[in-house]
Design a protein around this ligand. Structure first.
Ligand SMILES: Nc1ncnc2c1ncn2[C@@H]1O[C@H](COP(=O)(O)OP(=O)(O)O)[C@@H](O)[C@H]1O
Ligand code: SF4
Ligand SMILES: [Mg+2]
Length: 332
């Protein structure tokens, strides 16, 4: 891999959970708990996992919108700290799921898109507005509508506005956090096409988050699967979907009819456990169809089982129990 644009090393973001307003931290919620990965320039890393597994906290931490509890973040090989947050946000931007709540309702569209240029002192008002109109054109919006307000646009158009705003400062990295998840399928496809075009034209690097595995497959070069704040599997997208190694990934893939392999249907029992009180050993063991006693005792490390294929499971290469058997784990 060429020198990474972005690298996370053992990144952790823990939240203290207090009892009462002034209480001491009674518990620690490990939203991101020892995440390492690298992204090459121009690459798309997909991030999947059930709701609450730490995807949003991870990307917020990458932009230092959350303060890391530990670990390192490197851009272009240089370590960044909270003091570099401003500089960092000129190189990377987040696009959130819901452009309706993330766009200021009483600002005109051209001003919304031009705002980051003014905040960062990159252009005067006139020049910023001129660039905003060019960006509107680039994302497929009519630049004549620059004086309209967010509520006058459809969901898909609002997401285009959010993308234009993120692009205003010409970042090299976009963190797309469920950026198309609120859109219906046909609009979703259009916005995904736009993202692909922009990536090609501008040489952008993406971290693409979605709970929709099909969408992630269509967009990503590599995928990382998260469970309870940790990456449990990582590899080239095609290979991970074709032959998922971690039982959690196998369950996620088998739950999607268009991705499922013949005969394999692994049902996940129950909800993910609370990140304040993760199970011992492998955190997936209470839900895992392959779990053995060792799994409750020893946490598996994320290691390479096949070339370029990482999984955090003691038994990553073992076949799962015969189809039809449901996930139970040692506790069931
Ligand atoms: N500011 C915060 N304070 C406390 N807990 C948080 C905070 N932000 C997120 N969490 C918790 O961290 C965990 C991961 O959340 P999140 O990163 O939003 O997951 P995802 O995006 O994968 O759904 C969840 O248990 C969530 O409740
Ligand atoms: S380590 Fe054990 S419990 Fe964890 S995923 Fe692998 S088989 Fe399942
Ligand atoms: Mg999220």
């Amino acid at each position: 891999m060429t020198a990474p644009l972005l690298e996370a090393r053992d990144l952790r973001t823990h939240f203290p959970i207090r009892r009462g307003l002034f209480g001491r931290a009674a518990q620690t919620l490990r939203a991101v708990d020892g995440v390492s990965f690298a992204i090459a320039p121009g690459e798309t890393l997909g991030l999947v996992g059930e709701s609450g597994c730490g995807k949003s906290t991870l990307v917020k931490t990458l932009l230092l919108l959350e303060q890391p509890t530990g670990g390192e973040i490197l851009y272009d090989g240089e370590r960044v700290t909270m003091a570099d947050a401003g500089r960092l946000r000129r190189r990377a931007q987040i696009v959130f799921q819901d452009p309706y709540t993330s766009l200021p309702p009483r600002m005109r569209i051209a001003d919304i898109i031009a705002d980051p240029l003014r905040i960062h002192g990159l252009a005067d008002r006139e020049e910023a507005l001129r660039r905003a109109r060019a960006l509107m054109r680039e994302v497929g919006l009519n630049p004549e509508r620059g004086r309209d307000y967010p509520f006058q646009f459809s969901g898909g158009q609002r997401q285009r506005i959010g993308i234009a705003r993120a692009l205003a400062i010409e970042p090299s990295l976009l963190l797309l956090d469920e950026a198309v998840s609120a859109l219906d399928v046909s609009v979703q496809a259009q916005v995904l096409n736009l993202l692909r075009d922009l990536q090609e034209r501008r040489g952008l690097t993406y971290v693409f988050i979605s709970h929709d595995l099909g969408v992630v497959r269509a967009m990503s070069d590599r995928v990382a699967v998260m469970y309870l704040g940790k990456i449990v599997e990582q590899g080239a997208a095609g290979e991970v979907y074709e032959r998922p190694l971690h039982p959690y990934t196998r369950a996620l893939v088998s739950a999607v009819p268009s991705l499922r392999r013949r005969g394999e249907r692994i049902r996940l029992a129950g909800e993910p456990p609370k990140p304040t009180d993760p199970p011992s050993g492998c955190a997936f063991h209470p839900r895992c169809p392959l779990a053995r006693p060792v799994c409750a005792e020893q946490a598996p490390l994320l290691q390479e089982w096949l070339p370029g294929r990482l999984a955090a499971c003691h038994f990553a290469l073992e076949p799962l129990p015969a189809a039809g058997q449901s996930a139970g784990g040692v506790a069931a």
